[in-house]
Design a protein around this ligand. Sequence first.
Ligand code: NAD
Length: 551
Amino acid sequence: MSGPRPVRAPRGTELSARGWQQEAALRMLQNNLDPEVAEHPDQLVVYGGTGKAARDWRSFDAMVRTLTTLKQDETMLVQSGKPVGVMQTHEWAPRVLIANSNLVGDWANWEEFRRLEALGLTMYGQMTAGSWIYIGTQGILQGTYETFAAVAAKRFGGTLAGTITLTAGLGGMGGAQPLAVTMNDGVALCIDCDPRAIERRIEHRYLDVRADSLQHALRLAVEARDQRKPLSIGLLGNAAELLPRMLAEGAPIDIVTDQTSAHDPLAYLPIGVDFDDMAAYAAEKPADFTQRARESMAQHVEAMVGFMDAGAEVFDYGNSIRGEAQLAGYQRAFAFPGFVPAYIRPLFAEGKGPFRWAALSGDARDIAATDKAILDLFPKNASLARWIKMAGERVHFQGLPARICWLGYGERDKAGERFNDMVADGTLRAPLAIGRDHLDCGSVASPYRETEAMKDGSDAIADWPLLNAMVNVASGASWVSLHHGGGVGMGRSLHAGQVTVADGTPPAGEKIRRVLTNDPGMGVIRHVDAGYERAEEVAAERGVRIPMREG
Ligand code: NAD
């Protein structure tokens, strides 16, 4: 019987599989379950609640076995984490095709999913868990950095220097906020009710200091702001109590957001409840707790709206706090926007998104060499250069060394081709797996997040991720995935992913050029179709063909 055991991807140039395309899938599957990478590797859970890399250990073993023997003209089919077939295809076809967590519309809810999961028939693949391209917290840090860079570009002349950002939640993902703000040269004041969350972020060097009181925190923040010095400050307390107080006292805040775990009311501390009593109270009286948490969120959001009315830049960071506050009866909950329509959509319109790659050699020097290549290829992109330099200095690798950076249409293919040349000429010690998050410009339909408030109202149109997956298959990606429910849960999203391997061969170079052009190209055409002018400009400037604009 197969069961839990520590998993780690092999390093170096010795192949266990019959070629690098298969070897890459094998190593990335194993890497997702590396204890350095996965949250609960013994349960095959990689991240994002219950996002898994394989349905069960037998399926994991069968996938490893199959990938090891898979030929250059064969394709393994994976149905929600279980390998269900091997088909003869051809050398340009993906070596793996993956469909995770998909359910027919009327059945697409958590209750039905859990029933099927209990029967062993499906698995929650999240976004990059079940598609084998998760690279640890670096992915969250870069997205958060990019969001704050967009805030800086929109309102503060391209830098957060001289500004104070107020936020709450220093958990697994929210903990990236202080470092993302200081990387943009700003001051971050971050509230959390759990002292351990604050300590952990200081230990991992994501947070600089802890303040003793609200007054102390504000004094430190104002001093740093006046000297235009980056600083992040942790403050212990309940955001629902502190934000209204700070608003009433006229605290000089420029930007407000939130990453408490508001999407789950049982994980949000209500006003008047001690943090130490929170878990027992939530377990014993969930309905009562939910009601109080929602009422507190209404006060929290009302203060955020107050800061907005006072002139601050305010946005929801994808945790559903607006929806929960509205459920508690607060009418203006949606007065401020979500982060995608506010800052990320203009990037999506250019085909930009979270491009990433992993060094199959396991050697950090390969990532250092690719960092240099990126700086060399895009010398005029100051924000990208700042990220690459800081990531090189401050990001601790988890599992196989990897890098993420946002590149757009006309950029990703250049980077990919350069990487393939670097494998070919021996600059890199082994091939690279080049992929991206499913949270990308043209690969997701998710009306509460990535496609919230589309210009033409097409938020829930899910043809785009399907076309995206098909075009990547047709273009020569090494593996392609099509998932449901990632990020925001069952019934709320459909999304696709691709990974393409740079093994240094000429066919790999050809595939990379096509995939890394067409994949971000989907973002451009999706946004042209929805009526975004920037996407139209990009299409015209960079030669993306739009049939309805021709003839
Ligand atoms: P987490 O559970 O690890 O951390 C949440 C933190 O909030 C905890 O440290 C908790 O102590 C704190 N908290 C709870 N109630 C509080 C209160 N009243 N006052 C102050 N602190 C309080 O969660 P996480 O992984 O960090 O994610 C946080 C939220 O952000 C989730 O809802 C997640 O879905 C969302 N999120 C969205 C995106 C996105 O859309 N891009 C990215 C990351 C996270």
